[in-house]
Write a protein that binds this ligand. Structure first.
Ligand SMILES: Cc1ncc(C[n+]2csc(CCOP(=O)(O)OP(=O)(O)O)c2C)c(N)n1
Ligand SMILES: [Mg+2]
Length: 360
């Protein structure tokens, strides 16, 4: 029995292309990206790191509400998104706001989401995405459904979702991957294994040695990828997308990553559940440092360029938070009105009552 398990675990060695020193270690899988693409990816990651720092500060000033820090996870989030197209559908979790922004959600709306304003959940028509899921794992079953819908309509597009390591313990996770596998639905299921579900380490979460191996039971292809490596994440996602649109079914991708900050800004203290040494070790693998080194060695990225990106990000953020602050306050009638396409009669009554109150 032990052999059976070990045989499965052995198949999920971590896939890496760009190592911690910014060197290519897997020439066969080096993505075919132009210099402009490479710079754009670096720009997005740098911008997102700034957005994270500013969001934390804005939260502390009381100008943002719910916020889940992203630093450390940029390669996992943005290199995966970079392998998708505008036609693909995104089903993010609460930590995946960066992917939504690059999918097209205006920044001020991302801030409104953080403030709990309904307008933060209203995707522009051309942005193929659902709003961030707070219920752990629920987006997996939804993704199976969206993917099946795309298949039935004959679209050359995929449904892509993200959970964390903790999310793989939920029933929805298994239902979602199993259903998508059974119907060969064009879906990509991302597990961003940032080693903790709030304070619970992944080895207490499950007896499985890898999370990628959970795909075996559903009969779907799985990869376990270095989530701090832009190239490995990009290459795996691109491959998964290709498989999906070619009718070869869904893929599960586990990215080994780490969040440097707290779980959310609601008050957990990471020093209570992990050591500084552990964080220091992961920081040595930082996705931005190794990608910057690669681009510098290639001679296509400079400190000046990076500073320009940082300044632009700060200016965008300043403008967007003002826009979010000045946005009309949410009314109870907005909340009720945005819940259903057609209001049930009990809510209709409440709607009338609040309309009356708000008009005074
Ligand atoms: C169904 C459900 N149970 C519990 C929670 C409370 N909760 C919020 S975040 C979280 C941990 C999730 O960890 P993980 O899936 O690893 O994602 P991460 O936050 O690390 O990105 C829990 C238990 C929830 N939101 N939904
Ligand atoms: Mg986690």
């Amino acid at each position: 029995m032990k052999d059976v398990l070990e045989n499965i675990e052995d198949q999920f060695e971590m896939f890496q292309v760009l190592d911690e020193n910014g060197e290519i270690v897997n020439e066969d899988w080096k993505p075919d990206l132009s210099d402009d693409d490479l710079k754009e990816l670096m720009r997005r990651m740098t911008y997102t790191r700034v957005l994270d720092q500013r969001s934390i500060a804005l939260n502390r000033q009381g100008r943002l509400g719910f916020y889940a820090p992203t630093a450390g996870q940029e390669a996992s989030q943005l290199a995966s998104h970079f392998a998708l197209t505008k036609e693909d559908y995104l089903l993010p979790a609460y930590r995946d706001v960066p992917q939504l922004i690059w999918q097209g959600l205006p920044l001020y709306q991302a801030f409104l989401f953080s403030k709990g304003h309904y307008a933060g959940n209203q995707m522009p028509e051309d942005v193929h995405a659902l709003s961030p899921q707070i219920i752990i794992g629920a987006q997996y079953t939804q993704t199976a459904g969206v993917a099946l819908g795309l298949k039935k309509r004959g679209k050359q597009a995929v449904a892509v979702t993200y959970t964390g390591d903790g999310g793989t313990s939920q029933g929805d996770f298994y239902e979602g991957i199993n259903f998508a596998g059974a119907y060969s639905a064009p879906a990509i299921f991302f597990v961003q294994n940032n080693q903790f579900a709030i304070s619970v380490p992944v080895n207490m979460q499950t007896n499985a040695k890898t999370l990628a191996q959970k795909g075996v039971a559903a009969g779907i292809a799985s990869f376990r990828v270095d989530g701090m490596d832009v190239f490995a994440v990009y290459a795996a996602t691109k491959k998964a997308r290709e498989r999906a649109v070619n009718g070869e079914g869904p893929t599960l991708i586990e990215t080994e990553t780490y969040r440097y900050g707290p779980h959310t800004m609601a008050g957990d203290d990471p020093t209570r559940y992990r050591t500084e040494d552990m964080t220091n070790e992961w920081e040595k693998k930082d996705p931005l440092i190794r990608f910057r080194k690669y681009l510098n060695d290639k001679g296509i990225w400079s400190e000046d360029e990076e500073n320009q990106v940082i300044e632009n990000a700060k200016a965008d953020i300043k403008k967007a938070i003002k826009e979010a602050d000045n946005y009309p306050k949410q009314k109870v009638t907005d909340l009720i009105g945005n819940m259903f396409e057609e209001l049930p009669h009990n809510l209709q009554e409440q709607m009338e009552e609040y309309k009356e109150k708000e008009s005074k």
